[in-house]
Write a protein that binds this ligand. Structure first.
Ligand SMILES: NC(=O)c1ccc[n+]([C@@H]2O[C@H](COP(=O)([O-])OP(=O)(O)OC[C@H]3O[C@@H](n4cnc5c(N)ncnc54)[C@H](OP(=O)(O)O)[C@@H]3O)[C@@H](O)[C@H]2O)c1
Length: 273
């Protein structure tokens, strides 16, 4: 009984200590970029947007941001299946859904790719769900095949590739997933060099779902992680991406954007201006 009582006390205390420590770490280390107060903004940079992984938790939020953005005229979604938000977007006429199965082959989409300005890439999975070869196939082979096909169809700016890789991504990291996502980041930056494309890698913390897919438990954990800039709602991340796209002369190809940076760019997002 005495041990049970101690365990009941220690577990919540350990949780609180971990939470406080993580928030302090985030508040002290995250946030390396400051949005310029005054910078040229090319609103045509988001005229045609493509969302990949739009049926997922993160992609759904990015799609919401693009649908709500008045400066986005058209959205292409290449996907294996539809979702309520894709269906609503298609019904409104703004979203064009293209059902597809082989995400290493985009030869059928060269006309579409030729008009795309901004890509929001949230296609991926957890390393716990697939073996190493499949992880590489999804997180390296898929985006690399896409970027090569995109650059073959179009090579003049404005073009921006926004890739949600995640906190902990590191080409020299100890974990397989971190190295592979880091390799994808670096290779896409190399492919983009000398073209009109800028590649941005989002090493985000927790990307919470849009309000219409959230619930009180999710919002409770969002509140716990907010002080350390460890969480960003998906639509806010999407707005940060759109803002970075229009600031065509601000961040160079290859910029890595942490969670606090995304929050900062989402705050300065100005729709349709
Ligand atoms: N969630 C977070 O807080 C968070 C934070 C940082 C980074 N990330 C990264 O963001 C990415 C997306 O995460 P998520 O949480 O949104 O995952 P999710 O909810 O599982 O969604 C994954 C998306 O990728 C698509 N996809 C997965 N495997 C595929 C395959 N083999 N072929 C075609 N499409 C495939 C899914 O399509 P279907 O619907 O057809 O399966 C879905 O649209 C991952 O790389 C993840 O590591 C997520």
């Amino acid at each position: 009984m005495k041990y049970l009582f101690r365990a009941l006390l220690i577990i919540p205390l350990a949780f609180v200590a971990l939470l406080v420590g993580f928030n302090i770490w985030g508040a002290l280390t995250l946030g390396t970029l400051t949005p310029a107060a005054s910078t040229p903004r090319d609103m045509t940079a988001n005229r045609v947007v493509m969302v990949m992984g739009a049926t997922g938790s993160v992609g759904d939020g990015l799609l919401q941001a693009a649908i709500e953005a008045p400066e986005v005229e058209k959205i292409h979604v290449i996907t294996r299946r539809t979702s309520p938000r894709i269906d609503a977007g298609v019904a409104s006429g703004k979203v064009h859904m293209h059902l597809h199965t082989d995400f290493t082959d985009y030869s059928a989409f060269s006309d579409i790719l030729g008009e795309v300005n901004t890509v929001l890439w949230a296609l991926g999975t957890s390393s716990l769900q697939v073996d190493d070869a499949t992880y590489t196939w999804i997180h390296v082979d898929f985006p690399l095949a896409f970027v090569k096909a995109w650059l073959a169809a179009r090579n003049h700016g404005p073009m921006a590739f926004h890739n949600v890789t995640g906190m902990g991504t590191n080409p020299d990291g100890e974990q397989y997933w971190a190295r592979e996502k880091g390799r994808a980041e670096d290779t896409i930056t190399s492919l983009a060099r000398g073209t009109g494309l800028r590649n941005f890698s989002y090493r985000s913390g927790w990307i919470s779902p849009p309000a219409d897919r959230s619930n009180p438990v999710i919002e409770f954990f969002v509140a716990l992680l907010t002080p350390g800039h460890l969480v960003i709602p998906g639509p806010e991340l999407g707005r940060a991406m759109l803002e970075i796209s229009v600031r065509t002369q601000e961040l160079p190809n290859g910029t890595v954007i942490d969670n606090a940076d995304s929050i900062a760019y989402a705050k300065v997002y100005r729709p349709g201006s």
